[in-house]
Ligand binder design. Sequence first.
Ligand SMILES: *Cc1c(COP(=O)(O)O)cnc(C)c1O
Length: 389
Amino acid sequence: MKSRKLLMIPGPIEFEPEVMQSLAEPTTSHIAPDFVESFGHALEMMREVWLAPSAQPFVVAGSGTLAMDMAASNLVEPGDRVLVISTGYFGERYADLLSRYTRHVDVLRPERGQAANSDQIEGKLQSADYKLMTFTHVDTSTGVMNDPKAIAELGRRYGVLTVLDGVCSLAGEPMRQEEWDIDVAFTASQKAIGVPPGLALLMASPRAMEAWRNRTSPVLNYYADWTNWLPIMEAYANRRPAYFGTPAVNLVKALETSLEKILDEGVDKRFLRHRRIGKAFRSAMKAAGLEMIPSDEAAAANTMSAVYYPDGIDDQRFRQTANAEGVILAGGLLSDIKKRYFRVGHMGSTGAGDLLATVGAVESALRKTGYSIEPGCCLRAAQEVLGAQ
Ligand SMILES: *Cc1c(COP(=O)(O)O)cnc(C)c1O
């Protein structure tokens, strides 16, 4: 029996063999011509994957939280008022992070399981003069998906910069940064973009760059300051080396490979594949009579799912059983219901085969830990969705 297990958590995910091969190439100098070419090419391809031809890319060694910090520290000055739309754990983290840069942080919290509704957001935007608002595209703790297009429209109408935390969605869920006029959209390498952990990836609109240029006080985070990074990104884009902090050479090579693969598939096809995979997983859970945290299909992410256990199922035993069947699942992340639900990542390269293996392991672990369902019911439901064109 093979010892490798399927890693089906909401990041890190399963990575393509070609990406792992790029990572394993001998490390070169960050000023070597072939590395300069790879970095420049990766920056160009980010514009295509984000669908943002005029945006400024930033690729910096760090995790997704650094990307959150980069947007906040460069765009927020003490005294600015900001609005955080929180649909779970990462919305709360953003409010906490932003409070390091300004005292005026308001949080809008839709009911658990629900996406932010435009009327609620508009009510907030009418009530105060905000400089910026952040929202989580897919919150990894709840599997709730917000509508970036509707939120960005409100941002435009009220003259508020919009920041999309796309760490669990970018390159999986539809996101058209320029057409939808989103000011900042960022992710981390280890999620749907398909590169091992270690890179923060961010795209800033011309409007966001102008807001940064118009600051009257210095950026309070030295490492994240665009003053340090913009000349570096511009140099590599023009195929010249430059230095501020040593780039994660191997990860940037792996990023180039993954972005190439994403563009080979085509972003729109990739969005559709994720939707089909997400729908198949939800359909399988429904067939077993399980409830999800998102209140309805419209609020449900396609890159991952958060599923409530039926009464009496023990989280640890369930996930150990699934693990013994070869599939690694994630537990809950919200502290008040941590043991009451599990999470499954089905983003990146996930296809029908990996999804069916996962559904099979979930179904089997449910049965072995005491939940009585008809064998095969989940697999059949998933296959019906996967087989339909
Ligand atoms: C994972 C994640 C983050 C944090 O990323 P790290 O790489 O763990 O720092 C932020 N936001 C969302 C939505 C995430 O899924």
